[in-house]
Design a protein around this ligand. Structure first.
Ligand code: DGJ
Length: 697
């Protein structure tokens, strides 16, 4: 850290189009936001400034504080609450020092509490090429006595919402994840979170905020990089400021901080766009592409056998599927749940990760070699953090699962959860997966997780323990180690569908499985929500059979393909039953996907309309702007008496050069026409989806 700073000094962090400016007021007790928005927003009066003391509250309750203790904001919500063993709270910081880099990309502002000795460093980082600000806090107990962290938020974000706050969030349940909803917050608090030890199906650790008067205008968002329990709240005060609190939810109770201990809280990322929710989505996409780094490559077209065979996996049926898949142009064949000993259904086998010789009589190696002989890469499903009571692993290590002494265990999907925070369990999980990757010729791993953590304890009643923190830390380490040691293996993160998608996983996994629901119109809504928070390269999507398990509203095979092409195309249907005509159509779509997937992966995505609107499309503009890919879906009814042929729609495209000419077949359009008038799409009951590629002249 550098020397102390002068009172009132400001620091500005600069993104590609945005800036984020903070200051320490003269009293030095906290850090305040000056402005967050487009370049230049910090000039002139601050949009979040306050006028001083507020009757019956404290100054801190009204100030745009960046990281507030309960001493700073006693009434309106603190980010950090720490107590001594005697239960004494109200840590009050004083500013100590600051470290700011010359590039205006990184900032670390130090504070110390003279009473307890607690130190906090508030960190900021703006990754090059983005409009996001990453924030986290490092706490150090530099005092002589132990401390307990009761609330451990990572950051507070202040957003000006003079007319009211329009919040956008994503809620759901199993098979209905990523439902995008909007809430007008006049005054009071809105909160979402998870206590499940996993981000969960119920809410996504992501929130967007706009002023109600300008829904298509300036939009701010936050997303958390934490794969455990979390909370996000938004509180709008009487003066029109909305403050977001984001961080871990301490489900296991307070965190112990012994003298000398250091605790780094998870990164929360803030994003800004002047262009509403759709613009904000592109800010998130850019950020996640950078998180993917050199692994950002168009993903292979995969086939997954889950819906075709469920647990009845055995060599013959898998090879029959693989043969057809290869003929269709599929590149990776993934064997899902059911390949290992004891796994005839979901009541047994988890934990015993040995291929079942009865299912692969010629040996698993020989089976994989046959799949590869078809020109396919090979992928495998695992769920290494879980165990069935009916397994050898559980018989040998019943103490490895989360448990509260004297209390019954809670099975979910007939399985228990391994306590990954224990070193021996982390070793087991790592060596199991690593062993499979070394032993077999595997290119793709689907890592599943099908239950939340219910038991807040470890056999023997050792307490207190940060079970959530230890589980997440080891999970992340294992993912990182596997990636390092097996760089060619793509990892798909799945948790009974989309219960494990957060920014930490986006940085460690190559693709997400967002939902088990692949029914066409349901899936459209799921993907619509997902793409607001996640980049297309993370969106795994399968074409499955009609009418399917969930949404039985009829849609064509073309609809299903175009929908799955919005991210990473896969097939999950029982293709053995497909007719020659269906197979030939599928092969055609797969070939077309291979032509456009570089644009889907690297292009700028524009979300047009939505699943409950007459217009629904995703438009991708290639980085060199020479190609524009439009995927469009007919959202209206196609069944039932009285259905009329659908009327044509025009899709207003965005991000085009108004002066440029674009060509689709023998149609020619100007960029300005496509933006103002739109690209025409004609629907009919047999034509309910379209893939249009426009070439710039
Ligand atoms: C849940 C996943 O979401 C499914 O795709 C499938 O892998 C099953 N688990 C297997 O048990």
């Amino acid at each position: 850290m550098s020397a102390p700073t002068t009172a009132g000094q400001r620091w500005t962090l600069r993104g590609t189009h945005t800036e984020y400016t903070v200051t320490v007021p003269a009293h030095g007790r906290w850090l305040e936001l000056v402005a967050w928005g487009p370049h230049g927003v910090s000039d002139g009066p601050s949009p979040v400034a306050y006028d001083g003391p507020v009757p019956f509250l404290t100054t801190g309750d009204a100030a745009p504080i960046e990281y507030a203790t309960d001493a700073d904001r006693p009434f309106t919500g603190a980010d950090l609450v720490v107590e001594t063993p005697a239960g004494q709270r109200r840590v009050g910081f004083g500013h100590t020092d600051v470290l700011a880099d010359a590039d205006q990309r990184e900032l670390a502002v130090g504070f110390a509490d003279p009473v307890t000795g607690l130190r906090a460093t508030v960190h900021y980082r703006v990754p090059v090429g983005t409009d996001v600000v990453q924030r986290w806090v490092e706490l150090t107990n530099a005092g002589t006595g132990p401390l307990r962290v009761v609330r451990a938020g990572s950051a507070g974000f202040c957003v000006p919402t003079p007319h009211g706050a329009l919040l956008s969030h994503q809620w759901g349940q199993w098979a209905q994840e990523f439902q995008l909803s909007h809430v007008e917050l006049g005054h009071g608090t809105f909160s979402i979170g998870s206590t499940q030890g996993v981000p969960g199906h119920l809410h996504v650790p992501w929130l967007a905020v706009r002023d109600t008067a300008e829904p298509a205008g300036p939009t701010w968002g936050v997303a958390l990089a934490w794969t455990g329990s979390w909370e996000i709240s938004a509180e709008r005060d009487t003066g029109g400021l909305t403050r977001l609190r984001v961080g871990r939810q301490l489900v296991d109770g307070p965190l112990e901080l012994a003298p000398g201990d250091r605790l780094t809280l998870p990164v929360v990322t803030g994003a800004y766009s002047p262009d509403g929710l759709d613009g904000l989505a592109r800010v998130w996409h850019t950020h996640q592409r950078l998180l993917a780094g050199t692994r950002l490559t168009p993903r292979p077209v995969l086939y997954n056998s889950w819906e075709a065979t469920y647990f009845a996996v055995e060599a013959e049926s898998q090879l029959a599927l693989a043969k057809i898949a290869a003929d269709l142009g599929v590149e990776t064949f993934v064997v899902d749940d059911g390949w290992f000993v004891g796994r005839g259904d979901d009541t047994a086998g988890l934990g015993d990760w040995t291929p079942d010789p009865a299912k692969f009589p010629a040996g698993f190696d020989a089976f994989i070699a046959e799949v590869r002989g078809l020109g396919l890469n090979f992928g495998l499903w695992v769920e290494p953090e879980c165990v069935n009571p009916r397994s050898r692993l559980y018989a040998e290590h019943p103490d490895w699962v989360y448990a509260v002494d004297g209390r019954p265990l809670t099975p979910v999907r007939n399985q228990y959860l391994l306590d990954l925070g224990r070193p021996e369990v982390a070793d087991f999980v790592h060596s199991t997966v690593d062993g499979l990757l070394r032993r077999y010729d595997i290119d793709y791993l689907k890592w599943d997780f099908n239950r939340p953590r219910t038991e807040p304890g470890r056999p023997g009643g050792v307490a207190p323990l940060d079970l959530d923190g230890a589980h997440v830390a080891n999970l992340h380490r294992i993912y990182e180690r596997l990636r390092r040691d097996h760089p060619g293996v793509l990892i798909e993160a799945c948790a009974g569908g989309g219960a494990r998608t957060d920014l930490a996983m986006a940085a460690r996994a190559d693709v997400f499985w967002p939902s088990d629901n692949t029914g066409p119109l349901d899936r459209l809504a799921i993907q619509h929500g997902f793409l607001h928070a996640n980049a297309p390269h993370l969106l795994s999507s399968w074409v499955t059979d009609a009418p399917g398990l969930f949404d039985q509203r009829p849609r064509t095979l073309a609809f299903r393909f175009v929908l799955a092409m919005a991210g990473v195309l896969g097939i999950g249907a029982d293709i053995r039953a497909w007719t020659p005509a269906q197979r030939s159509e599928a092969a055609g779509w797969i070939a077309r996907y291979k032509e456009i997937r570089d644009v889907v992966t690297h292009g700028e995505a524009y979300l047009i309309g939505g699943p409950d609107q007459a217009r629904c499309a995703v438009q991708y503009v290639a980085p060199d702007e020479r190609r524009v890919v439009v995927l469009a879906w007919h959202t209206g009814r196609l069944d039932g008496a009285g259905s009329l042929p659908a009327r044509p729609v025009r899709l207003p495209l965005r991000g085009l050069d108004p002066a440029a000419r674009y060509r689709h077949g023998d149609q020619h359009y100007s960029g300005s026409h496509l933006s103002a008038v739109g690209l025409p799409v004609q629907w009919s009951p047999t034509h309910d989806a379209d893939l249009i590629v426009l070439h710039r002249d």
